[in-house]
Write a protein that binds this ligand. Sequence first.
Ligand code: GAR
Length: 207
Amino acid sequence: MKKIAVLVSGGGSNLQSIIDSVESGYLNIQIAVVLSNKEDSYGLTRAKNHGIPTQVVSHGDFNSREEFENRLIQVLDGYDVELVVLAGFMRVLTPLFVNHYHHRIINIHPAILPAFPGTHGQKQALDYGVRFSGCTTHFVDEGTDTGPIIIQAIVPVLSDDTEESLGLRILREEHRIFPESLKLWSEGRILIEGRKVKILQKISTEA
Ligand code: GAR
């Protein structure tokens, strides 16, 4: 079974959707470790509640991003993971980390990329006045939210939306497309061609 690491910084509702998908049998993968850069991340509690090993690597303990990332790599490689899943991990990753896990990092972003990259994608959408926003799963490259896109989902932006109400509507879609993206990956159905992702048809095992 393929092993993954999930990296979180906050509440971890996306992590929960992945855990639930594993426990229901929808996802045939093992969450080998949940790692956070914040020791008070509720995502760590969610992992512990489900018997998943946890690790904390606090970015504040290091003098540079590179030192921080070298430690991340050391810890994650200790779990022999094939994929690093960023589920609300709020640290920019440098080429050091990204190249070590080339095409092996998947992120979820709360906007329809390439619109509104970086932080506060929900607020950026509201401030801009778009009628629709949503979320994107993508492989991580050296840019900020610029890597090959796997799945996107769209939600309407309502005239009385707040950052929170829009964020919740987007989160519901995140909880659907993140497990779906990981399923495609675990089934070997993702082909990366340049900056495009090709989804391969499922091969029928029936005679
Ligand atoms: C999610 O909305 C995710 O898309 C966003 O953080 C939230 C984490 O929620 N990620 C980013 O903004 C990355 N730039 P969660 O902790 O409840 O999964």
